[in-house]
Ligand binder design. Structure first.
Ligand code: 13P
Length: 282
């Protein structure tokens, strides 16, 4: 059933666990995540990222995601990930998304706060939830990340309290050493940043981006410090890619595309189930 992200996150706060936010860049990834959720009985957040417009545009993905969430046996929120402008957030809300992320992390602090507050006011009037971002995150989608200092990207805890209070945001993405995409080296995470932001923002759900590719210990430590939503994509996509290789190797002749699609949906569902269990466990 289609629900608000706020209700799913409120349960996570109460239960002291994290909810997965899974990006769907294809029908297989969306259906795989829904299947995982139904098989485990665990609610989740189905997301569209504008970075995936070239694979499946919002105009196509949006109505499908909403329909899949409505038909699901488990609670599913439909969320716009990394909305880089007010306009795209409004487009998603008009389509019926129950949540949007306004990502003003590249803007000067005051401007990020001002634009986030506007999105919050509009989304709340429609009963939708808003995630914002403070501190920026590097990415390594296609190996473009060179030498960098993780500390330069960390969220400043002293800014977080004012940001949350002024904007009225429902969830806050913070930067503490994770990276979008593939990890070139073992990530250098600062759990102290999570702890300090939490001290200044109370029970507000904190969000981890770049959430695929970490160890079970890292997930559990981050959750114990206050992370309540984990955005997960790249390593699930890699699992799907390996699934294609395996099915092609297994059936070198006469393989039809729907066989590939069905097999990969199952592989993605298994990977989502694996991490859903990790995010929920103590
Ligand atoms: P990964 O692709 O690194 O898992 O990050 C997902 C994410 O943060 C989407 O916003």
């Amino acid at each position: 059933m289609l629900v608000s992200m706020k209700s799913i996150l409120a349960d996570a706060v109460k239960g002291g666990y994290a909810v997965g936010g899974f990006n769907c860049a294809s029908l297989e990834s969306a259906m795989g995540a829904i299947r995982a959720s139904e098989e485990l009985g665990i609610p989740f957040i189905l997301q569209h990222a504008p970075a995936h417009e070239e694979f499946i545009p919002l105009s196509v993905a949006g109505p499908i995601m909403i329909q899949l969430a409505r038909a699901a046996k488990t609670p599913v929120a439909v969320h716009l990930d990394h909305g880089g402008s007010i306009e795209i957030c409004l487009r998603a809300l008009a389509m019926g998304f129950t949540s949007v992320m306004f990502d003003g992390s590249a803007l000067p602090y005051e401007e990020n706060m001002k634009q986030t507050a506007f999105v919050v006011k509009t989304a709340h009037a429609l009963g939708a939830t808003v995630e914002a971002e403070l501190g920026s995150m590097p990415h390594n989608f296609r190996g473009e990340l060179k030498e960098y200092t993780p500390e330069d990207f960390y969220t400043k805890p002293e800014e977080a309290a004012q940001f949350v209070e002024t904007t009225g945001v429902d969830a806050l993405a913070i930067s503490f050493g994770t990276v979008h995409g593939v990890y070139k080296t073992t990530p250098k995470l600062s759990f102290k940043v999570i702890e300090d932001v939490r001290k200044s923002t109370g029970e507000l759900p904190l969000v981890m981006h770049g959430g695929s590719g970490l160890s079970a210990d890292d997930y559990h430590e981050a959750i114990s410090k206050g992370i309540r939503k984990i955005n997960y994509y790249t390593y699930g996509a890699l699992a799907g890619g390996k699934g294609v290789y395996d099915i092609v190797k297994k059936t070198p002749e006469g393989l039809q595309f729907h066989d590939v699609s069905t097999y990969v949906t199952g592989v993605i569902a298994d990977d989502v189930k694996r991490v859903m269990k990790l995010f929920k466990a103590d």
